[in-house]
Ligand binder design. Structure first.
Ligand code: SF4
Ligand code: SF4
Length: 400
């Protein structure tokens, strides 16, 4: 049946800018690029689903094609709908492990003392490669101990005392891998007189979208929309995200790709750095000490897509003593879980080299980025520590 929700292929003017800008098409001849896989092929697929071919699986969902398209064609909606509904699923067990982050994250974070050293053993990597098709060369991130949510319970009462509050979508990354970032978010907002609530939430679903599992991602989306909607219903609270990919998924993929009704939360959703930029501009800026640091800033593809980069840069520019080098926008290659997959790992590394080389040339003290998987990829491929913008802000607040 023809999808009348998205006929934006008719707006394509065949300029091929999207293909010139696609990092995967640049890295391999096996992928024909967004113009063909998106608007061109969609016209054929709506007539015959059999015309969906395996090359669609090469797209890494970076959305750089959509960022540059002058005609507003929703290219990745075509690609992922075709992938989800028409391509035969391969590597089901791997997809389960990589996409059911609430299950694998809770289990692994509960036993992080065992899981983290195990993941470094070559025998474990051999089995991951042989049975799950996860690349032996991929550097797997370390789990934090327990969950952020369980630690947050001790702080929840103190947060209630603030007259203004935000609802924090911490996502899987903060919950299972990086509690320190969640605590930095609380520290910065509290220093501005704003309390934090953490409504119940499931994974935003971006790994499920990449795997084409629309049934599961719709369940997560329905849960998140209901829970976040209830959390802010009787207030003017904003819902803030520290992860640029979670923000993009909830603000754009829920209503467009998944056709979910997000009207209950639409006007509340905001990337945290955008929220901070507005507060700073209105005079609510925390007191900060000077850092004396040189930082290279890498803007994640998903943040480029939402146009939120200028807010992060403005926030970083307000930190005393932070010398900022703005890197030329490049995809880091990992694209969520894409770079972990055996068949895509070499492509991901090839894509990332342009960014890694820039960072090496800049030779900063630290690299800053808003995206957790960009952080993993840059740390695995350069010699520099990588921090979230809010963690750098928190360090300046602590220095005051
Ligand atoms: S989402 Fe990224 S990899 Fe996929 S077609 Fe667009 S630019 Fe290429
Ligand atoms: S950039 Fe947009 S208009 Fe140009 S070829 Fe790609 S989809 Fe078509």
């Amino acid at each position: 049946m023809i999808d009348l929700e998205n006929t934006s292929f008719d707006c394509c003017i065949k300029c091929t800018i999207c293909t010139a800008y696609c990092p995967v098409a640049r890295a391999t001849d096996l992928y024909p690029g967004p113009k063909y896989s998106g608007p061109d092929a969609e016209r054929l697929r709506i007539k015959s689903p059999l015309l969906a071919d395996h090359s669609l699986s090469f797209c890494n969902n970076c959305k750089r094609c959509e960022t540059v398209c002058p005609s507003g064609v929703r290219i990745t909606d075509f690609i992922y709908k075709a992938k989800g509904s028409r391509l035969k699923k391969s590597h089901r067990l791997r997809d389960f492990v990589l996409t059911r982050t609430d299950i694998s994250g809770r289990l692994s974070a509960g036993f992080s003392w065992l899981v983290n050293p195990l993941m470094k053993l070559s025998v474990t990597r051999f089995f991951l490669s042989a049975f799950l098709a996860i690349s032996r060369d991929a550097v797997m991130p370390a789990f934090d101990r327990g969950t952020f949510v369980s630690g947050f319970r001790n702080q929840a009462k103190a947060q209630e005392g603030f007259p203004r509050k935000v609802a924090y979508f911490h996502g899987c990354y903060v919950n299972y891998y990086d509690h320190a970032l969640g605590n930095d978010v609380i520290l910065v907002l509290n220093a501005m007189g704003i309390g934090v609530t953490a409504p119940r939430q499931k994974c935003c679903g971006v790994p499920l979208i990449a795997a084409g599992n629309f049934k599961a991602v719709r369940k997560n989306a329905a849960f998140n929309i209901a829970s976040l909607g209830a959390a802010v219903a009787d207030s003017d609270m904003k819902i803030v995200f520290s992860s640029s990919s979670c923000a993009l998924t909830v603000t754009q993929d829920y209503p467009h790709l998944l056709a979910m009704d997000t009207s209950a939360i639409d006007d509340r959703l905001e990337l945290l750095t955008r929220f901070l930029h507005r507060e700073f501009a209105a005079g609510n800026k925390p007191a900060m000490g000077s850092l004396n640091l040189t930082a290279a800033y890498h803007s994640p593809c998903h943040l480029d897509r939402t146009g939120g980069v200028r807010h992060t840069i403005a926030v970083l520019q307000s930190i005393p003593g932070l010398r900022l080098i703005l890197l030329h926008s490049e995809c880091c290659g990992i694209a969520g879980t894409y770079g972990f997959k055996k068949e895509f790992h070499a492509i991901a590394q090839d894509i990332g080299h342009r960014l890694f080389d820039q960072i090496e040339q800049a030779n900063p003290d630290i690299v800053i980025t808003d995206c957790e998987t960009c952080k993993w990829q840059i740390e695995a491929n350069t010699r520099f520590p990588v921090r979230h913008p809010v963690s750098v802000l928190a360090e300046a607040v602590k220095k005051f």
